[in-house]
Design a protein. Structure first.
Length: 687
């Protein structure tokens, strides 16, 4: 037994090994890397006892919370956990099939272990919810079967095993509600093992109760938290014919897992056409035929197909799910249903190999199919990386707007701005009005200094999504750069007053203070930009307040510290001005204005002590070297610093050079001339 289990684990590790090199993809940021709840010390409280998360999967989130403290931004640790969970699921499936006395139980579980469709669940960190939920799902089935008496008659439960089964089911639903159909599957197992008895119905009632409650919670989160504001809802009538197409699609990929894609193309199905309902009618007809022959050859086929469809029911389209905005079907939605197909295939191959004429071909088919699946899984696992996932999706689905949008963002982050623009435009071609593509396009245009071209796009987002924080910031910046400070002020102030629970695109809904903490850097940036806008309109007091507030949120802006220093200097707050000048120089050691400003402040201070005088000379000489001693203002500062240190001859020399460079700037020349006369009389200039 241990040898067989270790062999299966080794197969999983080998097939999914490329996934260990993959990074974070798609919504890994939403659920993990950018999820503030994962990083908060008391995040578990929010994850379990609030409506803050985007979905109510507290057990899955809790594993991320723990692992964040182990791996941080190292994706390998999360991938390894997913792979090991999948390996455990394969071993558990094998043990369940053995208990059900299914022929070739190990082969059926091995096919599930290395099936290429499972790459979407195992190689995608955010799909931890699948691998973890199936683990407890299978444990629930295992303990359910153990709770029956040794005679195999349903209804004679061993209390401990029954309680463990129910507890495991709860944990499965707390990981993800994909296993919500388990009560029906348990009744199906009772039918498979001899018929459904009243005792089976009594025992499964608590499972139905748990499934009902968790199902309602999931639906609430889906409609109030997961579905985005621009989700394109379809009526039940419009979705109904698609359910048949989806079921046949999943069957096809389960038996023939080629051309797998992260995002599949949609089907042009007209709900008003009778033909649109043909796939669903054929499926129901097949079930009826198999039920009719349930006493003979139809029994295993009916059980496998029935279980397959039951496990898929939540994602066939009867209910709306957020992922449907990208694709009507998804490989990761098949993780719970696939064991029914692999078990059927494994048992079928075994039965075939028992016939003399087919013994050798049957055994060769077993080995060949498992080997082929391992190769396909190895190749598919390489796809689920941050860049290749989108290039692969575009290759297989040339109209995949989400792939163009996300790949455009990758290119923009990398600095390939023109290429990013092309991808954002393609995303908008196939999904007109897509907010994220417009936001990416406008941001890229701003980076390319195509500000006038960006503004109409930004205004379009503002009309449709007035609570989009990043768009408000970008629009304010566009107005600021085009000399419209009053419009910029309006945008920045609107952004700063947005309640965090209403900000479009937020992954979580926290109290205002915590929400602000999540966007701390961006809020600081907005406050700083507001300060510059107020400066442009001459509102210096407001500008100073903005800069000082911005430092509490984003203290690392050298330019903002410099402006704050100027404003404080104008208010005769010498110490405050110097403090911000020093911080500006610390943040940006080559910021000439700050270096020269600090040198001037020290050089013209009547209360300066010896260290201040030395620092003034050092900073002034640094500014002189940076400008090649060809800047009148810098030489004026250097002259004042030399005079402050009683080196009046050097002060005269530098002042004369500064006077010569001042040229046509009569005001500056007059000021330098006045100070030059002081130095000639061996007097320092004081402010």
């Amino acid at each position: 037994m241990w040898f067989a289990a270790m062999g299966m684990i080794a197969m999983v590790l080998l097939a999914f090994w490329p996934a260990l090199k993959n990074g974070f993809i798609w919504d890994d940021d939403l659920l993990l890397t950018d999820n503030v709840l994962i990083k908060l010390p008391d995040g578990l409280r929010y994850l379990w006892f609030s409506t803050a998360p985007i979905d109510y999967f507290p057990l899955t989130y809790s594993t991320f919370w723990v692992e964040w403290r182990l791996w941080g931004m190292n994706a390998t640790g999360y991938h390894l956990t997913n792979i090991l969970l999948h390996a455990a699921n394969a071993v558990l499936l094998w043990r369940v099939l053995l208990r059900l006395k299914i022929p070739a139980a190990w082969l059926g579980a091995a096919l599930f272990a290395v099936h290429p469709v499972n790459v979407a669940s195992v190689s995608w960190i955010a799909e931890r919810k699948n691998t973890l939920a199936l683990l407890f799902f299978l444990l629930s089935v295992w303990w359910w079967l153990k709770s029956e008496s040794e005679s195999g008659k349903p209804g004679r439960a061993a209390g401990d095993h029954y309680a463990l089964s129910l507890a495991a089911f709860v944990l499965s639903l707390l990981s993800k509600t994909a296993g919500v159909m388990l009560p029906f599957i348990l009744l199906g197992l009772a039918w498979w093992r001899g018929g459904i008895q009243r005792a089976d119905i009594r025992r499964v009632i608590p499972f139905f109760g748990v499934a009902f409650v968790m199902g309602l919670i999931t639906i609430w989160f889906q409609y109030h938290r997961a579905l985005e504001a621009d989700f394109q809802h379809r009526s039940f009538f419009a979705r109904l014919p698609l359910t048949g197409y989806a079921a046949w699609f999943y069957l096809g990929k389960a038996f023939w897992p080629l051309n797998l894609s992260p995002v599949y193309a949609g089907w042009p199905v007209d709900p008003h056409s009778v033909i649109a309902y043909l796939p669903g009618v054929l499926l129901v007809g097949l079930l009826i035929v198999l039920w009719w022959y349930r006493g003979t050859w139809g029994r295993p086929l009916f059980f496998a197909l029935g279980g397959f469809l039951l496990a898929l029911f939540p994602v066939l389209g009867f209910l709306e799910v957020n992922f449907q905005q990208f694709s009507w079907v998804a490989d990761h939605w098949q993780y719970f249903s696939l064991p029914f197909v692999t078990t059927l295939v494994g048992a079928g191959l075994y039965k075939l190999s028992q016939r003399k004429a087919w013994a050798l071909p049957g055994r060769c088919a077993m080995v060949g199919i498992v080997a082929a699946c391992m190769v396909l899984t190895w190749q598919q696992a390489k796809v689920y990386n941050n860049e290749t996932i989108w290039s692969d999706a575009i290759k297989k689905n040339p109209q995949c707007w989400v792939a163009y949008n996300n790949y455009g963002q990758i290119l923009a982050d990398r600095g390939n701005l023109e290429e990013a623009l092309a991808d954002f435009r393609l995303a908008l071609k196939y999904h007109p009005g897509l907010r994220y593509a417009i936001l990416g396009l406008s941001s890229t245009l701003l980076q390319l200094n195509k500000v006038e071209e960006a503004i109409p796009w930004l205004l379009e987002i503002e009309r449709n999504h007035p609570h989009d924080l990043h768009n408000r910031f970008n629009l304010g910046t566009a107005y600021l750069e085009t000399g419209k400070p009053q419009q910029a002020i309006e945008q920045y102030q609107a952004a700063l007053t947005l309640p965090s629970e209403k900000i479009s695109g937020h992954a979580i809904s926290l109290p205002l203070a915590q929400g602000k903490k999540e966007d701390k850097y961006l809020m600081g940036n907005i406050q700083r930009k507001l300060g510059f806008a107020h400066l442009m309109t001459g509102q210096k007091e407001e500008a100073l307040k903005d800069f000082l507030t911005s430092f509490e949120l984003q203290p690392d802006s050298a330019a903002a510290h410099y402006q704050a220093a100027l404003l404080l200097g104008a208010k005769h707050d010498l110490q405050g001005a110097r403090r911000h000048l020093r911080e500006s120089v610390r943040l940006k050691p080559d910021l000439l204005e700050a270096i020269n400003g600090l040198a001037w402040s020290l050089a013209t201070d009547a209360q300066a002590d010896a260290p201040d005088k030395l620092e003034a000379i050092r900073l002034a000489r640094q500014a002189g070297e940076m400008t090649g001693y060809k800047n009148a203002g810098v030489l004026d500062t250097l002259a004042a610093a030399c005079a402050q240190g009683d080196n009046f001859q050097e002060a005269v020399n530098y002042a004369e050079q500064a006077l010569a460079l001042a040229g046509a700037d009569k005001n500056l020349a007059a000021e330098i001339q006045g100070r030059l006369e002081l130095y000639q009389r061996k007097m320092a200039y004081r402010e």
